[in-house]
Design a protein around this ligand. Structure first.
Ligand code: ADP
Length: 246
């Protein structure tokens, strides 16, 4: 087990967005979250790396560290939690005035304060890995959406996280650019990364996921391997959702 999430609850004011969510993520597994718009998928992902602070719940990690949100976690605990995971955003969120290379080196150099030579070598390797070895010195506006998102993936990998989080990584892309980004994510899946992915790309989800979670109105309705959740879901709400989007 990499991470066990217990009773995760998150509200925005009066609006309860996540209700008592229990979730286990095994090391090296790919967990995909699907569900209707507004069901709490992005909020769940953002809670996993404390971009949103849960109101309640416990995260228990494989190394014995527990973060209990029923008490206010310390700043140190929150920072340690954030450093475990790399987030890839729907809208890339690259620094517009930095080159692809500088976007990737920023986290390890400025936040982690790692040696420059080592960071440059790492960033170059990562940009090569995502197929952008010849675009390192270009700025985001000089890159296609698919290329920007691949820089986003390299940037998340650069902090050497234990967990990769993807928030609808292809939903802002033109259809012809979706494949190149999914290919990079598939390559990471084959390398054994632990990942949680929010996506509407069901075919992709079926190919890469060890576990699929269907979430509706802030609750997990159904979870299991893709052949069950996507092909023969037990819950009526899952069936209805799949009928709507297939
Ligand atoms: P999904 O990713 O499934 O589309 P979200 O997690 O983005 O759903 O949103 C779930 C609900 O929480 C929605 O009703 C949304 O409007 C609300 N919400 C999300 N973020 C905030 C926020 N920062 N402040 C207030 N409400 C929010």
């Amino acid at each position: 087990m990499f991470l066990s999430v217990k009773r995760l609850t998150k509200a925005f004011g009066e609006l309860e967005v996540l209700k008592d969510v229990d979730l286990d993520i095994d090391k090296g597994n790919i967990v995909t979250i699907i569900g209707p718009s507004g069901s709490g998928k992005t909020t769940l992902l953002r809670c996993l790396n404390a971009l949103e602070m849960p109101n309640d719940g416990v995260f228990a990690f494989h190394d014995g560290i527990e973060v209990d949100f029923s008490k206010q976690p310390s700043k140190k605990e929150v920072t340690a939690l954030q450093r475990r995971s790399g987030m890839v955003f729907q809208s890339y969120n690259l620094f517009p005035h930095k080159t692809a290379l500088e976007n990737v080196t920023e986290g390890p150099l400025i936040v982690q304060k790692r040696p420059k030579k080592e960071v440059l070598e790492l960033a170059e390797n990562l940009l090569n890995k995502v197929g952008l070895g010849d675009k390192m010195d270009l700025y985001p506006h000089q890159l296609s959406g698919g290329q920007q998102q691949r820089v986003g993936i390299a940037r998340a990998l650069a902090i050497q996280p234990e967990l990769m989080l993807f928030d609808e990584p292809t939903s802002a892309l033109d259809p012809e650019l979706v494949g190149e980004v999914l290919k990079v994510i598939k390559d990471l899946a084959n390398e054994g990364w632990t990942m949680v992915i929010v996506t509407h790309e069901l075919k992709f989800a079926e190919q890469v996921s060890d576990q699929i979670i269907f979430i509706d109105e802030g609750r997990i309705i159904e979870q299991g391997p893709p052949e069950i959740v996507l092909k023969s879901p037990k819950q009526e709400r899952t069936q209805q959702f799949l009928q709507r989007i297939l």
